[in-house]
Design a binder for this molecule. Structure first.
Ligand code: HEM
Length: 425
């Protein structure tokens, strides 16, 4: 049976009210726009960013918490019940998590931009409560999982790394006032790694095992490569964190080898899925998804070159940018290009009994504008960071704003179509 058939069988009964995932997706699209706007305002500070509060850190968290985490929560709340074949029994926790995350992320980013510790503390408190509701809900769902254990196991790794990363984030905020942190940069790098490669990375690697075969209509994969990818990724994250917190840099090379191994298993599986795809024209979403795989490899190569002592100008800022805007944001936008119309069609089919055409539920123009501007923005900002040219970063961020506006238009159009329900005539 194809993965799509195994995955979607009975999915209709496990559909959450459309408001829950779509509210997360549309809010993520708005934070995405805000992230590029703040980056545009802070263009002079991007290339030289080496941590610390200010508009660049605010842009990072509008992107990571506001866009990536919000999307990941909306998608996971809907996808894990389908993966585990266990419907969520109550809807209020999803609404409650959203009600905490929205003001939390806004306040935290605001406080970071204006160096306001109280606003950061309040924002971090609300955000952590919102994340905790998501963690509890998903852990309860995964605990009863039976269907695809390798995907559920990636979910557990994502929850564990998110928990530690958020804890480190809160510690760094309170550390500003109490001045108790001796190894602040080590904690910041561990926080970044566990949050980006750990939480977001594990969700990307795990959910790809069901989403990509479903999108391209391919056969399901044997589970062992998925377990190998998970084991090596977990080892890489653990050893990397120990090496930074214990200030024992030699261990990093072991972490990198494990990281390359985990990535190698992931990309090998993705290539195998694309080769057995029954759908020949994969379209714009897969231009983004394939490009994101290239950015994933590029982040690991840049980290290796940097640790080997290669003189890459503004390496810290470049690696962070390629990791967040290159790999994670590009992958997430590619998946949302497909999953929002797909989810909308399942809700519409539920109302009319007939699945509408996906092309009726999307917005090709705004998506094409987004894709062209996104790739131009990532390229120009990347070159601007290496060449230490704020003007290039400014032009790139401005294109990022235009692309994000296109993406927000698409997200709002699809959400409105879901709300309107299927056309009667
Ligand atoms: C409740 C959640 C979070 C809080 C309270 C938080 C807090 C912080 C703080 C205080 C810093 C500044 C460290 C410094 O002084 O340099 C920071 C840095 C950073 N955070 Fe977060 N963060 C959170 C979630 C996340 C998530 C989910 C991601 C990614 C997916 C993320 C990515 C980053 C990155 C990339 C940096 C820059 C690292 C650096 O400063 O060198 N954060 N975070």
């Amino acid at each position: 049976m194809s993965m799509a058939g195994r995955f979607l069988g009975g999915a209709q009964d496990r559909l959450l009210p459309a408001a829950i995932p779509f509210r997360f997706f549309v809010t993520a699209a708005v934070f995405h726009l805000l992230a590029w706007m703040v980056l545009l305002l802070a263009a002079d500070e991007v290339a030289g960013f080496r941590g610390g509060t200010g508009p660049v850190l605010a842009a990072i968290h509008l992107l990571t918490l506001g866009t990536l985490a919000m999307t990941a929560i909306g998608a996971s709340l809907q996808l894990f019940p389908v993966v585990t074949r266990r419907a969520l029994t109550r809807n209020w926790p999803g609404h409650f998590s959203y009600a905490l995350m929205l003001p939390g992320v806004a306040l935290l980013s605001w406080g970071m931009a204006l160096h306001q510790t109280t606003a950061m503390q309040l924002g971090a408190g609300l955000t952590c409560c919102g994340l905790l509701v998501f963690v509890a809900l998903t852990a309860n769902n995964l605990r009863r999982a039976s269907s695809i254990p390798v995907v559920a196991a990636h979910g557990w790794l994502a929850l564990a790394t998110l928990f530690v990363a958020a804890l480190l984030g809160v510690l760094m905020i309170w550390g500003i006032e109490l001045n108790i942190l001796s190894n602040r940069s080590g904690l910041a790098i561990t926080h970044l790694t566990l949050a980006s490669y750990g939480f977001m990375g594990s969700l990307v690697l795990g959910l790809s095992l069901v989403l990509i075969p479903m999108f391209v209509l391919s056969r399901s994969l044997p589970p062992n490569p998925g377990w190998a990818q998970l084991g090596l990724t977990a080892l890489a994250l653990l050893v990397f964190s120990i090496s930074f917190v214990s200030e024992f840099p030699g261990l990093i090379w072991l972490a990198l080898i494990a990281g390359f191994g985990g990535t190698g298993f992931y990309l090998w599986q993705m290539a195998k899925i694309l080769r057995s795809s029954m759908r020949k024209r994969l379209g714009l979403p897969f231009v983004l998804i394939r490009a994101s795989w290239g950015f994933l490899i590029l982040t690991l190569l840049l980290v290796t070159a940097y640790l080997a002592g290669l003189a890459i100008p503004n390496a810290v800022s470049l690696i962070g940018f390629v990791l967040l805007a290159g790999w994670l944001l590009t992958f997430l936008c590619g998946v949302l290009h497909r999953i929002m119309p797909f989810l909308a069609s399942m809700h519409a089919a539920g109302k009319s009994g007939l699945p509408p055409l996906l092309s009726d539920l999307t917005a090709e123009g705004p998506l094409m504008l987004h894709a062209v501007c996104h790739f131009s923005a990532v390229t120009l900002c990347g070159i601007g960071i290496v060449a230490d040219q704020s003007l290039l970063i400014r032009i790139g961020s401005a294109l990022g704003v235009v692309g994000a506006a296109g993406f927000a238009t698409f997200a709002i159009i699809v959400a409105l179509k879901v709300r309107q329900g299927p056309r009667t005539s």
